[in-house]
Design a protein around this ligand. Structure first.
Ligand SMILES: Cc1cc2nc3c(=O)[nH]c(=O)nc-3n(C[C@H](O)[C@H](O)[C@H](O)COP(=O)(O)OP(=O)(O)OC[C@H]3O[C@@H](n4cnc5c(N)ncnc54)[C@H](O)[C@@H]3O)c2cc1C
Length: 392
């Protein structure tokens, strides 16, 4: 991606995490969001679909290969570039776009990068990096969301291959998707020790998708229910080690939760900036809303919480870059950022009064942020992980 001569946003200048290359990338993603996505994304929110061509455009900009080896068309970076992308994409008018892109590149693809064989990577990665194929991760089931180990989908051996049966629920990119990373039990009696991951191509006979409509937020991203009716998979559809799928999912959660936390920071940052402008311009009596001490206090408190959230994410990123085990810290970041961003955006909407209740950046952000307390592991699940890591 070409470097752009734009000054780094003030919020990130003191992060001690990013260098000039990251800030040039940040400026380029911000330009992409403001000039290319924002003018068009309202229509995608309406239709509930990101056009496939937009995945090609994002692929062209290098957004999907940030943590992919160069041999497959990626730029082989560490977690910082995906974090910058998450922060900046979350500032978009439609967070549905960042959801579709993120489910593809930050949630599904890392499974292939980490656990795929050379043959699997050679078959799929270059197309995924370019946005020619779209990926989705299927873990959640109708009766097993937070309790991943409770999944009921099964895979049995069949000659040289496998047969997949079951269902997945709430899967992002299920309508647009070409390649699905699906978790199912290869040994149902073994609980979480019997889960394996499989690569399932859309054209597989017996595989069907039901689109789910009526989401609160993230509307541009498509969501669906997957059904696997005796789907025959080739022997090399197994991704990673048989019966190690649960551990693979947990390993990939670290990256997923880090970028979700980064997205929360980006979304709250954008709304806080908008709200500061709003209160300074909103006439109230002889002055503006910003003249009231309660407004100043409210925004100062939000800015303080936001900075704490940001620095917790950056602290986790540094740990992850140094390969320091960070299950607890990343769970803390995911929980803290989701809860803080929700509170901040709610407070900002309050300061917009009726104008915040109608279609506006703050109204969308309010709808869009709600998912962060549920998806990628609900806040309560994060607290469970933290407590367990504390030895409680
Ligand atoms: C728009 C959207 C997109 C999604 N995309 C994907 C995707 O691409 N791939 C995928 O696999 N999944 C996806 N999900 C699923 C998401 O990860 C799950 O919704 C989430 O993990 C929660 O599971 P659940 O909905 O079954 O809720 P449940 O597991 O039934 O939990 C309901 C609530 O119970 C509480 N709770 C749960 N566990 C505990 C606990 N241990 N202690 C205390 N309280 C608890 C929490 O408040 C939780 O919100 C998506 C969901 C949505 C809404």
């Amino acid at each position: 991606m070409a470097a752009v001569d734009t000054q780094a946003p003030p919020s990130t200048q003191c992060s001690f995490l990013f260098d000039a290359e990251h800030e040039a990338f940040r400026a380029e993603v911000r330009r992409y969001v403001e000039q290319e996505l924002n003018p068009r994304s309202d229509a995608w929110d309406e239709s509930g679909r990101i056009p496939r061509e937009e995945f090609l455009r994002a692929g062209e900009l290098g957004l999907f290969g940030l943590a992919v080896p160069e041999a497959y068309g990626g730029s082989a970076g560490d977690c910082r570039m995906p974090l910058v992308m998450a922060e900046e994409m979350a500032r978009a008018r439609s967070r549905g776009v960042s959801m579709g892109f993120g489910a593809h590149s930050a949630i599904a693809m890392p499974h292939l990068v980490r656990f795929g064989t050379d043959e699997q990577k050679a078959r799929y990665l270059a197309d995924l990096v370019a946005g020619r194929r779209i990926a989705a991760l299927g873990v959640t089931e109708p009766t097993a969301g937070s309790n991943v180990a409770g999944m009921k989908s099964t895979v049995t051996r069949d000659g040289a291959g496998w047969v997949l049966r079951g269902e997945k629920m709430f899967i992002t990119n299920s309508v647009n998707g070409d390649l699905f990373f699906v978790a199912a039990k290869t040994n149902p009696a073994a609980g979480h020790r019997g889960v394996s991951m499989f690569l399932v191509e859309r054209k597989t006979p017996g595989f069907s998708v039901e689109e789910l409509k009526g989401k609160l937020g993230r509307r541009a991203s498509d969501t669906g229910r997957l059904r696997f009716d005796n789907c025959r998979l080739p022997a090399d559809a197994l991704l990673g080690q048989e019966n190690h799928g649960f551990y693979q999912i947990m390993q990939c959660f670290e990256h997923e939760r880090l970028v979700i936390a980064g997205g929360c920071v980006g979304a709250a940052d954008m709304v806080l900036e908008e709200t500061q402008k709003w209160v300074q311009n909103r006439v109230y009596g002889e002055g503006t809303l910003a003249d009231m001490q309660v407004t100043k206090q409210r925004l100062a408190k939000s800015a303080t919480e936001l900075e704490a959230a940001r620095q917790l994410v950056y602290y986790c990123a540094r740990r992850v870059m140094q390969s320091i085990p960070s299950l607890k810290e990343v769970a803390m970041a995911k929980a803290f950022c989701a809860e803080a961003a929700f509170r901040i955006i709610d407070d900002c909407l309050q300061l917009h009064g009726g104008y915040g209740y109608f279609d506006s950046p703050v109204e969308r952000a309010y709808r869009d942020i709600r998912l962060d307390r549920i998806g990628g592991g609900a806040t309560e699940v994060m607290y469970d992980i933290i407590a367990k890591q504390m030895g409680i």
